[in-house]
Design a protein around this ligand. Structure first.
Ligand code: FAD
Length: 295
């Protein structure tokens, strides 16, 4: 029997558990152990991976003593900054997020269950790099930037350049994601996130976020972002490009959805067939555009 088939509470792996007290201690640990170390935030992905044998490491490095440094939602003139260890519950509870970043609010409020959202973090949702990560799909719709840090400095990575494939990102072994920066949305823009899940606490079979700004009935700005239909969460760039500058009409949306079909590459797995995902994704995007734009 394979480890992943076992329903067990036991982690059948020996590792050392470390609890750095400061950021510089954490960065030294990452410099020293690199690929042998795994960061532990809420653990709702990592611990499942360790139990099922998908994830292997020699050191589990807890972020629990860095909560103060890594957990905040700060509003600035042109952007908001969210600390990587901010929990989904904290994001769900932020009136600022609910008012300005509706799709992010809608994405996080349905992740897992209240118990999961109480400990799961937005940084974990991003760095786990699941193609179905609801939080990531919504952050793509807001052109978020990710601040990553190592012992020699920091860099800012646009979120659409962060993912390389399932479970793979551009993060170097000695880097940590510390902050998500989201520019304030354009004036009068609206956004929405919808997903299809097998049960209330299941991972999405398909999900979509759209961020739309209309000038009269013309689409001035649009982001169409999709989850669980490609090796990473994606933006439907060609569909966005087709719609930008066009009138928001049923005919144009129909045409756009034909383009969108060519931008997805879903697989068949336990959550749904590729054919279903392709069909459902078009339905989600059509529904969101209708809810946001009335057409
Ligand atoms: C029952 C259940 C239901 C779920 N439902 C959903 C769902 O509906 N939608 C959804 O998107 N997800 C879902 N998830 C997945 C999970 O809860 C989320 O992805 C969550 O946000 C992960 O956050 P975490 O803090 O628990 O991450 P962890 O498990 O602690 O970490 C995840 C990965 O990210 C790395 N990491 C964490 N923080 C950092 C950091 N700051 N810098 C660099 N690397 C870091 C870790 O090393 C690990 O590889 C579900 C999980 C469970 C168990």
């Amino acid at each position: 029997m394979l480890a992943q088939d076992l329903e067990t509470r036991v982690i059948a792996l020996e590792f050392e558990y470390l609890e750095p007290k400061t950021m510089s201690e954490l960065l030294s640990i990452l410099d020293k152990y690199r690929d042998d170390a795994k960061l532990l935030a809420g653990g709702t992905d990592l611990v499942v991976g360790l139990k099922k044998g998908f994830v292997k490491c020699k050191y589990v490095v807890s972020l629990k003593h860095l909560k103060k440094e890594l957990s905040y939602i700060i509003s600035e003139k042109d952007k908001i900054r969210i600390g990587a260890s901010t929990t989904l519950k904290e994001i769900e509870g932020s009136q600022l997020i609910k008012d300005k970043f509706q799709a992010l609010y809608e994405a996080v409020k349905d992740i897992g269950s209240p118990m999961i959202r109480n400990i799961a973090t937005i940084g974990g949702n991003i760095c786990n790099a699941s193609p179905a990560a609801d939080g990531v799909v919504s952050l793509l719709a807001f052109d978020a930037n990710l601040k990553v840090v190592n012992s020699s400095g920091e860099r800012l990575i646009p979120i659409d350049k962060f993912f390389l494939g399932p479970g793979k990102t551009v993060l170097k072994p000695n880097e940590i994601l510390t902050e998500i920066q989201i520019p304030l949305p354009p004036e009068n823009a609206k956004s929405k996130f919808l997903s299809i899940k097998r049960t209330g606490i299941s991972v999405s079979t398909a999900c979509a976020a759209v961020h739309l700004q209309l000038k009269a009935s013309t689409i001035n700005y649009i982001r169409i972002c999709l989850g669980a239909v490609a090796p990473t969460p994606i933006r439907a760039y060609k569909t966005e490009e087709y719609l930008t500058g066009k009138e928001l009409s049923v005919k144009n949306v129909d045409e756009a959805l034909k383009i969108l079909e060519g931008e997805v590459s879903p697989i068949t797995d336990v959550r749904g067939t590729a054919e279903y995902r392709r069909y459902a994704t078009k339905g989600l995007v059509r529904k969101i555009i209708k809810m946001l734009g009335g057409v």
